[in-house]
Design a binder for this molecule. Structure first.
Ligand SMILES: [Ca+2]
Length: 375
């Protein structure tokens, strides 16, 4: 006889064993995990001195190299555009000209006649919108001392759509002996390219030149700031751990992850993903986030849980049997159920007590009986 046939057989009342040997044989999970000491670390390193990069090319007007005494009437100066008038480059200690503020050369926005007033040079550079930049330069002058009160140089910054972002009117010192103190102003970029322009706005032009040197634009930024720190991760063996760190908007930053202080090759994103973790992967994971203004470091621990031990139990049933009879064990998941379902194959009677083990993994039933199948 095969089981399919037997399941539809009528059942007599030979009801024998009916009780689960345990009060609840649902899966019992061993909760004996190791007690983990969890530590959380967020360490800020002291900032280190970094010299911000000058975004202006040749802010010292060292190219092209001109012979001592200088060249006037130039319509281009290295990376600078001369958009109005002509300029002069002076090299070294040109006669009658103050020494350069930086390097060996300086530029003269050569307003030597009324026709050239408003001489303008500019240079575009890459910027990051919403970042603050600082413009600095030195201004001096050359020419007829009686004209000095009218000498003025206007520095202006424009976004790529032509909007003026900031400006500064700079005047050289009264005495025509050296450059004045460095001039500074800041602007906030709105576009990915910005133009710095210098325009001779002297109210007098005759026999007066505005000298300019040591032009610099630097990003005024901060070291990265962590806004979302690392959190410790506890995962089971074979699990997945994700360490993620967030920094504030602003300076682009680079990332390097470390495991117990050793740099992890290729792990240079703001997230570190560990899959299929093993016990030996446990330890401290840290990330160093750097930009041109400094760096910050954060660390957290990975805890790898031991295997979970699950305990299953079995029901052992006992019932008397007769030779030539067949018996079917049946079960209910709930005592209020009315429909018994068969568990396993029919069992041939032996004339003795039959003992039967039923795995708790294979049924959620709690109540059992054995019925004698009719022939
Ligand atoms: Ca120079």
């Amino acid at each position: 006889m095969k089981s399919k046939k037997l399941q539809s057989s009528s059942q007599n009342s030979s009801l024998i064993g009916l009780k689960n040997s345990l009060p609840d044989h649902n899966k019992l999970k061993n909760s004996m995990r190791k007690v983990m000491i969890v530590t959380f670390g967020l360490y800020a390193l002291a900032g280190f001195v970094v010299h911000a990069q000058n975004l202006i090319l040749d802010g010292s007007f060292e190219t092209p190299v001109v012979s001592p005494g200088g060249h006037a009437g130039l319509t281009s100066v290295g990376p600078w555009n001369v958009t109005k008038g002509t300029v002069a480059l002076y090299s070294g200690s040109a006669r009658g000209i103050i020494n350069p503020a930086q390097g060996n050369q300086q530029i003269d926005l050569d307003s030597s006649s009324d026709a050239l007033i408003g001489t303008t040079i500019n240079q575009a550079f890459i910027t990051i919108p919403n970042r603050v930049y600082e413009v600095s330069f030195n201004v001096g002058w050359t020419g007829n001392p009686s004209q000095n009160p009218g000498v003025k140089l206007t520095a202006e910054v424009f976004s790529s759509d032509g909007t003026k972002l900031a400006s500064l009117d700079a005047t050289p010192p009264q005495l025509q002996t050296a450059y004045g103190p460095i001039q500074k102003f800041t602007f906030t970029a709105t576009t990915s390219e910005t133009t710095l322009s210098f325009r001779d706005t002297s109210s007098t032009s005759f026999q007066v030149g505005v000298l300019l040197d040591n032009v610099s634009v630097i990003s005024v930024g901060d070291s990265p700031k962590i806004v979302q720190g690392l959190a410790d991760q506890q995962v089971p063996i074979g699990g997945k751990a994700v360490f993620s760190v967030g920094v504030g908007a602003g300076d682009p930053a680079t990332y390097q992850w470390f495991y117990n202080g050793v740099a992890l090759t290729g792990e240079t994103n703001n997230e570190l993903v560990l899959e299929g973790v093993r016990v030996r992967d446990a330890g401290e994971y840290s990330v160093k986030i750097s930009n041109q203004f400094g760096s910050v470091q954060a660390a957290a621990r990975l805890l790898v849980s031991e295997f979970l031990v699950e305990i299953f139990t079995a029901v052992e049933l006992k019932f008397p049997s007769s030779v030539g009879k067949k018996y079917q064990i049946q079960a209910l998941a709930n005592v209020n159920d009315t429909s018994w379902s068969s568990v396993g194959e029919p069992i041939d009677g032996t004339g003795q007590d039959i003992f039967k083990l039923i795995s708790a993994r294979e049924t959620t039933a709690k109540f059992f009986r054995a019925v004698e199948l009719s022939n």
